[in-house]
Design a protein around this ligand. Sequence first.
Ligand code: PA5
Length: 459
Amino acid sequence: MKLKVDFNNMMKGFAGPVEGFSKEDIDALAVKISEAHQNMKEKRAAGEMDWRKLPFEQADVIKDILETAQELRTWCENFVVLGIGGSALGPLAVQTALNHLHYNELATEKRGGPRLYVLDNVDPERVAALFDVIDPKKTVFNVISKSGSTSETMAQFMIVYQLLRDKLGNTYAKNMIATTDAEKGNLIKIAQEEGYKTFIIPQGVGGRFSELCPVGLLPAAVCGIDITELLAGAAYMDQLCEEADVYRNPAYIRSTLQYLAMERGKNVSVMMPYTDALKYFADWYAQLWAESLGKRKSLTGEEVFVGQTPVKALGTTDQHSQVQLYVEGPFDKVVTFLGVSRYRQEVAIPKVFNHIPGISFLGGHSLGDLITAEQMATEYALMKAHRLNMTIILPEINAFTIGQLIQLLEIETAFTGELLNINAFDQPGVEEGKNATYALLGRPGYEAKKQELEGRPEK
Ligand code: PA5
């Protein structure tokens, strides 16, 4: 069950002589690719990319997660993730990919585990709405924050803390699980003082690279997802991506083509799954790609701005909206389709209305035939218009292939960071916003930032 990467429509002959790339274009980057490969090795040795170890080195953590999940599944009706960004998008993407698309609405026996809610915003209406549909006593709240200080997550946590204390008194701690750094931040201190079950986000695993540590594995296991298979898939892909030869490494070839595209002004990267199950993968990818690669760098005193704006689309839904722009709008995009060879369910289109040829041709096909044809048709329309596009094909959606997809896209992102010569693992732009929020709401230590904010031009 190996993922396939089809990049034909990025190449001359498919994407046309002007837009497409040649083997010579790729080979001209040989030195850069080899340096990037070397840099990745050095960063790994220095512990800066420990997310690559996650599929291999978590035996004790997995045991703990599985035991915890098993126990929770006996009594817990709702499992609520409190987190944002990298602490929320992965759990949501994996849950949607691997569990029933109406999982929360299934009867308890069919679900076999608690409903899952991922509260990744502080919209008061959304938070209040959640409390209308859950019984806090039968709910476990998994507060996830690497820094242990993000305002949104900590505010949610404080609200839930008070709620649980009011409802459950001193026994409330069994309804709270903290996933955070081993030392840094306030959350670990509170968790230890209050006696919460705690899971650790390892060093060298940044927010958006954390899906395969307890951040993503605990919610997945609690909802019955086979996390061992997820990690096995990631390990399999990781090994494929050890290869130095760009033509044999699926992450490197995608990354190199994206890099070439960026050099030619393709500033937009669209991810368009042709399955609702991967809809939230496009959200997860959008964060990974944007936050890792959208950077300002200084080159001999001159400032350069790099990155690609990620766009989320869904096939076939967005064929009837965005695809017009992709086919005829500016030549500024690379589209990645996510396709599946076999859908897990099939629905037949009945042979009815035989007297109306304009629709009767659909009868006898399945919805799988239709969506596959639609994907092929969109790829064709883009190719005909010389628009760059690639396809990642999953033989089927299962824990093993989803593990592969996560690792593929993470390695591709990190490698693109090396090609761009930027740090893919920091996020100064996001931190600036976090710090400004602390200052505006009066966090001690942020007085200078507050002054700076007050000095901003009046609107
Ligand atoms: O990728 C990142 O580092 C960010 O998106 C973080 O995941 C996000 O800001 C949440 O941070 P934290 O987990 O520290 O609360």
